[in-house]
Design a protein around this ligand. Structure first.
Ligand SMILES: Cc1ncc(COP(=O)(O)O)c(C=O)c1O
Length: 405
């Protein structure tokens, strides 16, 4: 085989389809969010841009109290954890963080992983292995980490149409009553901003004897009186078996976790390869995450500002005639529906308007539904929003979206 030609042709294909992944060389600067600095090439001078696609939803990744805790932890504990959780890497910061996370979600136990992706992938795979004959019921729009977890579980799975509880019930009905079942879904779907019918799903789970596993990765920090997610907001967290989330988005850091019943979490801790055979998160991250969580718990004012800015962004874009996907969350998908144009608009905005919003193309979203996924934050002011709308108006009517390479 001509390996070089094979890979080169794969990459050419991605470029032809407009879905080759170009990474933007950014430098974040403490105190300046949502501004950051962008270099068109590694040697070029940095240019100030406004970031419109960050998942540091509340700007906590630069919060002085988070940074102070991390500085202190770095000086106190050093750089890394020094091992896997099993072998020398289980530091006091991990123990405290898991206690705090369990209390945050009002669950008996929590377990921390290297990322939200890893938490889903390895917890779900292990859950399936721990429950012989288990059948997973998975929403059609679930994240890649969930899909990978179910695949690695080796279990049967039934995919229900996105947020369609009637379809879910049909699938549950057609399954042997005694089989172990787990319903896996997200509370806020990250690319379209749809919210799951959590109450109806819990009712079906109770009726058909299924466990529930909810991914609140895009909801924790942002919804609920203490920011514990949509399940908390709806008063349903106690009806959910496992809550999964990340410390990489609203927390502003990195790492993932599950919270749930003690023995089930303990069994996953004992069985999950993606937990056992990997170096523990650095204690400095755990220390930052604990402070972030406290700010989130007391962060209703921050959430109110976020909702206000999101509403203003949606209204300003809709009033200006932009095709914004309707929804009740902080995610603002601006539909372009064509891969090459989506990439070109994003590129043009970056080069000509100092606006950074990453194009979202296949396979993250289905072909023909390519979009710019805007994420206003409490730190995006009305002036930033007005500037975004103006920049988009200029892009939308521009005949030639090409930019210098
Ligand atoms: C729904 C969902 N679950 C899980 C993850 C993974 O989280 P993390 O970024 O912490 O790996 C993501 C990442 O974007 C996500 O969108």
């Amino acid at each position: 085989m001509d390996y070089a030609a094979h890979f080169s042709s794969y990459l050419s294909q991605l470029k032809t389809e407009g879905r080759y992944r170009y990474f933007v060389d950014l430098e974040r600067a403490v105190g300046q969010f949502p501004k950051a600095f962008w270099r068109p090439t590694p040697d070029a001078a940095a240019r100030e841009v406004t970031v419109w696609c960050s998942n540091d939803y509340l700007g906590l990744g630069q919060h002085p109290e988070v940074l102070a805790a991390m500085h202190q932890a770095l000086d106190q504990y050093g750089a890394g954890a020094g091992g896997t959780r099993n072998i020398s890497g289980n530091t006091h910061e991990h123990v405290l963080l898991e206690q705090d996370l369990a209390a945050f979600h009002k669950k008996p136990a929590a377990l921390v992983f290297g990322s939200g992706y890893l938490a889903n992938q390895t917890a779900l795979a292990s859950l399936g292995k721990l429950l012989p004959g288990c059948i997973f019921f998975s929403d059609a729009d679930n994240h890649a980490s969930i899909i990978e977890g179910l695949r690695h579980s080796g279990c049967e799975k039934r995919i229900f149409r996105h947020n369609d509880v009637q379809h879910l019930e049909e699938l549950l009905q057609a399954t042997p009553a005694g089989a172990p079942k787990v319903i896996v879904f997200e509370s806020v779907y990250s690319m379209g901003g749809a919210v799951a019918p959590i109450r109806e799903i819990c009712t079906l789970a109770e009726l058909y004897g299924a466990l529930t596993y909810i991914d609140e990765v895009h909801a924790v920090g942002l919804y609920g009186p203490t920011g514990a997610g949509v399940a908390e907001r709806e008063g349903l967290a106690h009806r959910i078996t496992f809550i999964n989330a990340t410390m990489g988005k609203a927390f502003g850091l990195m790492g993932g976790y599950i919270a749930g019943p003690r023995d089930m979490v303990d069994a996953i801790r004992s069985a999950a390869p993606g937990f056992i055979f990997t170096t523990a998160l650095p204690p400095v991250l755990c220390a930052g995450a604990r402070v972030s969580m406290k700010l989130i718990q007391a962060g209703q004012a921050l959430r109110e500002t976020l909702y206000k800015h999101v509403a203003l962004a949606k209204k300003s874009l809709t009033d200006a005639g932009f095709p914004v996907l309707e929804g009740d969350t902080h995610i603002v998908p601006l539909m372009v529906n064509e891969a090459t144009r989506c990439r070109q608009i994003s590129n043009w905005l970056l080069h000509n308007q100092n606006i950074y919003v990453q194009p979202i193309n296949y396979p993250t979203v289905p072909r023909g539904t390519e979009r710019l996924r805007l994420t206003p934050s409490p730190l995006h002011t009305p002036a930033h929003i007005a500037n975004l709308v103006q920049a988009l108006e200029a892009a939308w009517v521009c005949d030639d979206l090409s930019v210098a390479a």
